[in-house]
Design a protein around this ligand. Structure first.
Ligand SMILES: Nc1nc2c(c(=O)[nH]1)N[C@H]1C(S)=C(S)[C@@H](COP(=O)(O)O)O[C@H]1N2
Ligand SMILES: [Mo]
Length: 514
């Protein structure tokens, strides 16, 4: 019998892996995301990735960090599968053992995810069995022997050709099945319809109207209120949790007098209020854009906690999402008059699914990693000396108040500015304190006051502009700093985003042309 060329073996391995993925994707359709081993493995990778690497991924890919991870996982699968193909022998099935081990690892990953049960293992087991069967069939040499014993074809000089074609064909089928399974599974389990059919209840207290003048004219700045579609998204969820309103529950427990569990409709017994709040990510570097401002409606967390009765020794609320993310928030920040929200709408719409539908936390003044739990299902009253949240375990600070920062949006780095009058601008934020002043410096010149857009509240960012006469041709630098309502001037000291948020002044280089 003819030996199978190494290249063909690798192709057979990859093809068998495609069969595994395809069969498991199809089998997972009725079971939903909890039965998806790829997502489970990817999520396990995310959770196990050391903090600095995660930070690098967020910095490098921002919202596209998941696309990177998904691609990386596929590349790893392909390499391992090629290796399995190379090593598989008729009598020594090393490749099959690798497939079985991968299947077992997939099963283990599925079982460790929040909300998964034994039934969720079925697609992974079926996939692994199908992959092994395909690999065994390829390596059995049956397709080869057939080719060798039928030398009728004169063009068919490569004895592995039939095998290669068969492997390529199954690779295509497997890929198609994977795509179909993902699309149909995604549709079947999507809460898009549930979200669409949701009409938020009437408001007890609307937010104050937006005053004219929040948006400086004549300069291309971000809109004072950020569109939902443009709002930054940061989370550890490889597949966005699909949690229908009817399936949602919130458990409040721990250091409380009465443990409580609310269903979505039960929330209607609390006052629905509206608030504009600017959210910021701790991973936002100086000058970065992981910040957005939206109008939220929701229930005061204070009211729900009061109904449960908070023990005096509780100083932290550990909130948990349906996908197992946790944040630790000071009880103080959830009960004082900043009106921390259990939010259900964003800019007049039900929460977008990727922003936490049906319910999330929004806490003015704190970075998202310690406060803004999306898809929130559990609030545990506890203590900082007892519990640690997701990012704190990875080396971030247990508490994350937002630091006073400012950013230049115009000019962009490297921009050409024509000679004559020009208007620069940007944003500044110091949530829960508010921005009192913004100053701008050109090159090594004196600090000059910027013109501030109207203030909305201490919990929202402030847009600013600065008029300048561009005269001296050549390279220039603009630098900005803000002062918050406590009188504190934004520090020039450079701090990394780890462990509790970046500091430093944002500078932009530009060229005056003429
Ligand atoms: N369930 C869940 N909630 C989460 C996170 C997460 O990873 N999972 N990330 C937090 C972080 S770090 C930030 S900055 C905010 C971002 O909220 P957004 O995606 O709606 O902008 O969500 C927070 N809530
Ligand atoms: Mo964040």
């Amino acid at each position: 019998m003819t030996a199978i060329a190494p290249g063909t073996r690798m192709l057979c391995g990859i093809s068998a892996a495609a069969i595994t993925l395809g069969v498991s994707a199809l089998a997972a359709i009725p079971l939903g995301a909890s039965a998806d081993a790829r997502t489970a493995v990817g999520s396990t990778v995310i959770d196990r990735t050391p903090g600095p690497v995660k930070e690098w991924a967020i910095q490098t890919f921002a919202t596209f960090d998941k696309l990177f991870l998904t691609s990386a996982v596929l590349v790893v699968i392909a390499i391992l599968a090629a290796l399995a193909g190379l090593l598989e022998r008729r009598r020594v099935p090393i490749g099959s053992v690798m497939f079985a081990a991968a299947g077992a690892a997939g099963c283990a990953a599925v079982l460790t995810r929040t909300g998964a049960g034994p039934l969720d293992l079925v697609p992974t087991v079926l996939g692994a069995v199908a992959g092994i069967a395909a690999l065994r069939f390829f390596i059995s040499g049956r397709l080869l022997d057939g080719a060798a014993s039928a030398p009728t074809s004169t063009t068919d000089t490569d004895p592995g050709r039939r095998l290669s074609l068969a492997a390529l064909g199954l690779l295509g089928l497997g890929t198609l099945a994977t795509a179909l399974g993902s699309v149909y599974g995604g549709r079947l389990n999507s809460v898009a319809g549930d979200r669409k059919s949701f009409t938020p209840p009437p408001l007890a207290k609307p937010a104050p109207p937006v005053p004219p003048g929040v948006q400086p004219p004549g300069v291309d700045l971000p809109s004072f209120v950020t569109d939902n579609a443009a709002f930054y998204r940061i989370d550890t969820a490889l597949s966005v949790p699909q949690l229908a309103r009817g399936d949602w529950q919130l458990r409040i427990h721990g250091l409380v007098d009465h443990e409580k569990t609310y269903r979505f409709d039960d929330l209607a017994s609390f006052e629905l209020i509206e608030k504009m709040v600017t959210l910021t990510c701790v991973s936002n570097p100086v000058g970065g854009d992981l910040i957005g401002n939206a109008v939220w409606t929701g229930y005061r967390v204070r009211d729900l906690l009061a109904a449960a009765g908070i023990h005096p020794d509780a100083d932290m609320v550990l909130s948990t999402s349906s996908d197992g993310f946790t944040a630790g928030t000071p009880v103080q920040a959830l009960t004082d008059d900043r009106d921390a929200l259990l939010a259900i709408t964003m800019n007049g719409q039900p929460l977008p699914v990727e922003h936490g539908y049906p319910v999330r936390l929004v806490v003015p003044g704190l970075y998202g990693y310690v406060s803004a739990t999306k898809w929130v299902v559990d609030l545990e009253l506890t203590r900082y000396d007892r519990a640690q949240a997701y990012w704190t375990k990875l080396g971030w600070s247990p508490k994350g108040p937002i630091k006073t920062e400012s950013r230049i949006d115009v000019p962009r780095s490297g921009a050409d500015v024509p000679r004559g009058p020009t208007r620069f601008g940007g944003v500044a934020w110091a949530q829960n304190r508010g921005v009192r002043a913004v100053e701008v410096r050109i090159d090594d010149g004196p600090w000059q006051p910027a013109t501030l857009g109207a203030a909305y509240s201490n919990d929202t960012w402030r847009l600013w502009s600065f008029d300048w006469q561009a005269e001296q041709p050549g390279l220039h630098t603009i630098t900005v700093r803000a002062t918050d309502n406590t009188g504190a001037v934004q520090t020039a000291d450079l701090a990394d985003v780890v462990p509790d948020g970046a500091t430093g002044w944002h500078s932009v280089d530009f060229a005056v042309k003429g």
